[in-house]
Design a protein around this ligand. Structure first.
Ligand code: F1P
Length: 350
């Protein structure tokens, strides 16, 4: 029987230990640097596809956008169930041009059925080469790829992914930097654990105040480019942990209908970029004018500010802690246990 003090003990520890998990993962990634470079996608593949399920599908969306930005290669993301069951609608005709596909499969557990089936079908069809990103070396996925990156520091007890997500996302950041030939970006990843500690210290009191606020009943997470996948993940966290109405949108898309839902019980969380900060700030100003509450996560001039000095691609991981903590605090305030979200299992096995 979970006592109130037990509720969320795993999730809390896993959120707060992300900087240490990232530091440990960076050691694994440094050791795998040569193997990752040997794949050199720019010369060998017509496209890079990313895939996963639930949180790791949202991670795939962010990773695809980020990798395309950095490498200039065509990168797309699909839920693993789509690659498995609707391959013609997913892979496209790139094979007709005699190009191969590089598939990056992401999974905390390494045993989600759809992800395994998608990878098996991909390899059986000879579509290209597989790279896997996961947390458990003994699980099937970690044995399937031409390159298998296993990041044990992302392992978790909580069903709701937090540390696993950000640690696997760090792996995707590292691959994107290496495949873009940006050794400078890869090396600057070493600054993320300290930046993460600073963001956690800022976000914790804010989340403790905002999360339990009973006047809030709906949450919208706005992000564009690589930040849209991260907005999707934070929205999923709010659903999974606190059973709240929550949705992600591309920033300017929010004006095209969804803003009709904004009331004074709405929290709009903006994952504001530097590159498009002015356009995105204008959307948030519009939502404030409609009476909505707004929280800005950004590099500077925001309620949660990273001040990382890092390339925008790499600092994207710093949007995660504040959103995770708000969902966590809201769950506890509602008497829920974020370690064991309603109806969810750690792994979906079909
Ligand atoms: C994928 C996943 C999680 C979700 C839940 C069920 O797991 O859908 O994203 O939060 O835990 O499994 P995995 O393939 O990343 O292990």
């Amino acid at each position: 029987m979970n006592t109130d003090t037990d509720k969320g003990k795993f999730t809390r520890q896993e959120i707060l230990s992300q900087p240490e998990a990232w530091a440990a993962a960076l050691e694994v990634l440094a050791a795998a640097r040569r193997s990752a470079l040997d794949l050199a996608p720019a010369r060998r593949y017509g496209q890079i596809l990313f895939t996963g399920c639930g949180s790791t599908y949202y991670l795939s969306l962010a990773a695809a956008a980020l990798t395309q930005e950095l490498t200039g290669l065509t990168c797309r993301a699909f839920p693993a169930s789509e690659l498995w069951l609707n391959p013609r609608a997913s892979y496209g005709q790139v094979e007709n041009l005699s190009y191969k596909t590089l598939l990056v499969a992401v999974s905390r557990s390494g045993e989600t059925t759809e992800t395994l089936r998608a990878c098996e079908a991909f390899l059986e069809a000879g579509r290209g080469d597989l790279v896997t990103l996961s947390c458990y070396a003994e699980m099937p996925l970690a044995k399937m790829g031409a390159l298998n990156l296993v990041l044990p520091s992302g392992q978790e007890q909580s069903v709701a992914q937090t540390r696993a997500f950000s640690t696997l996302y760090l792996g995707a950041l590292a691959l994107a930097a290496l495949w873009a030939g940006r050794a400078d970006l890869f090396d600057s990843l070493a600054r993320l654990p300290e930046a993460g500690r600073r963001v956690l210290a800022q976000a914790a009191p804010l989340a403790a105040d905002l999360g339990p606020d009973p006047s809030l009943d709906r949450f919208y997470w706005l992000g564009s480019g690589p930040r849209y996948g991260l907005a999707g993940e934070l929205s999923l966290k709010m659903k999974e942990m606190s059973l709240s109405h929550s949705e992600p949108f591309h920033f300017l898309e929010f004006r095209h209908g969804p803003k009709s839902m904004v009331t004074d019980s709405t929290l709009v969380v903006g994952l504001r970029s530097t590159v498009n900060g002015a356009h995105e700030a204008a959307v948030l100003a519009d939502m404030r004018a409609l009476g909505g509450r707004v929280l800005v996560l950004a590099e500077t001039e925001s309620e949660v500010r990273f001040e990382s000095g890092l390339d925008e691609a790499l600092s994207s991981i710093l949007y995660l802690p504040a959103g995770q903590l708000i969902a966590f605090e809201r769950a506890l305030a509602k008497g829920l246990n974020p370690d064991r979200p309603n109806h969810l299992d750690t792994v979906v096995r079909l």
